[in-house]
Design a protein around this ligand. Structure first.
Ligand code: ZN
Ligand code: ZN
Length: 368
């Protein structure tokens, strides 16, 4: 049996590299962390300065303490240097003053694969200081790269469209918030013609424009204006993107191939129509040949409400206009579902002919 020399530091039985486990662990720490550490936080949004930029606080926090804990975690993630793999870290807060927190970092791991787990403790002092992050600075300075003008062709934007567009802009901005420093809306103004939205980042502005263009089957125009040069001499542009929604919206009447149709739904790149003559539903997209024949006919407000007065099987159905009480007869084949006396139906008149509207669209004019 080879004779092992004792630990050359303390004289105990050596295990590795001529050292006992304790002396080896001491010479090979699990982590490295310096103290004191400075934590620079944005006083407006709580973002933390990290090497290369600002890290945003993505979730909502119940209390300032919870936010401070999260900020400390971010700083430690950046500051703790791991010297071996598989180290587990826990924190213990020792003392908390207004702008200084003292804590102890506990690290558990193996300094060598042949040695058992051991624990190390590092007292750390965190000093809070406050400033303004890039995003909050640009936002308060009114910075923007894109003006998004949203209009509708030959009409005003309706309330549903305004509401849906505002929601979409908010959601898409929030989704980019942590990854794009300029993902903010500088201002959103509304007049009778539409919405003007100033957006911090070109990338976000274009992404929103793409989505609106597809969702509303809208026209798009971009206009670049040179506003100067940045520090590196690169030309800086401000972009105005005009998104023009079509004349029609859901519920309105159009002509497709010269046939009167009602628009039932508008989804990404797709329009669902109801042919009022053949009573068939069909879809088309802006690339289809039929799209070029599309003409606005009349708004949904032109549709009229009727009440079914009498119905005898095999006979035309007697209906009464709810506004002027005029009685009309319509073929019973035109009804899609059951024909119940006293129930309401909707119809529209073109060129002296009454067309009944599809059942599913009668009472949901506010849904899109
Ligand atoms: Zn030793
Ligand atoms: Zn901020």
């Amino acid at each position: 049996m080879p004779v092992t020399a004792p630990c050359y530091i303390c004289g105990k039985k050596s295990v590795i590299d001529g050292l006992c486990a304790t002396c080896y662990d001491e010479g090979h720490p699990l982590i490295e962390i310096s103290t004191p550490l400075t934590l620079l936080a944005c006083k407006k949004c709580g973002a933390i300065k990290v090497p290369g930029g600002w890290r945003k606080v993505s979730s909502r926090y119940e209390s300032p303490e919870e936010l401070a804990d999260y900020q400390i975690d971010i700083v430690l993630q950046n500051e703790i240097k791991y010297l071996v793999d598989d180290v587990s870290i826990s924190l213990e807060e020792i003392r908390k003053l207004d702008r200084v927190t003292h804590l102890v970092i506990q690290a558990i791991g193996k300094s060598h694969e042949k040695l058992p787990l051991h624990e190390e403790k590092y007292p750390v002092e965190i000093r809070f200081s406050y400033g303004t992050c890039d995003t909050c600075g640009m936002l308060s300075g009114g910075y923007y790269e894109v003006t998004l003008q949203i209009r509708a062709d030959g009409r005003e934007l309706n309330d549903t469209e305004r509401r849906d567009i505002e929601k979409l802009v908010t959601n898409m901005t929030v989704a980019k918030y942590t990854s794009d420093d300029k993902a903010f809306v500088t201002s959103m103004t509304e007049d009778k013609y539409g919405l003007d939205i100033l957006i911090g980042s070109e990338n976000l502005g274009k992404t929103i424009a793409d989505e609106l263009e597809a969702r509303y089957l809208a026209e798009r125009k971009e206009n670049y204006k040179l506003i100067g040069e940045d520090k590196t001499g690169k030309r800086k542009y401000r972009i105005t993107i005009l998104i023009r929604l079509p004349r029609f919206s859901v519920g309105d009447f159009v002509l497709v191939d010269e046939r009167p149709c009602q628009i039932l739904a508008m989804t990404r790149n797709n329009l669902t129509c109801f042919d009022l003559k053949s009573r068939a539903r069909f879809t088309m997209n802006p690339q289809s040949a039929r799209w070029r024949t599309l003409q606005f006919l009349t708004p949904q407000s032109e549709s009229r409400e009727f009440m079914i007065v009498t119905h005898v099987y095999g006979q035309p159905v007697q209906i009464m206009d709810s506004t002027n009480f005029v009685i009309t007869y319509v073929d019973e084949d035109l009804f899609e579902g059951e024909i119940n006396t006293g129930s309401k139906i909707f119809g529209v008149v073109f060129e002296d002919r009454l067309y009944l509207l599809p059942t599913q669209n009668q009472n949901n004019e506010n849904e899109v």
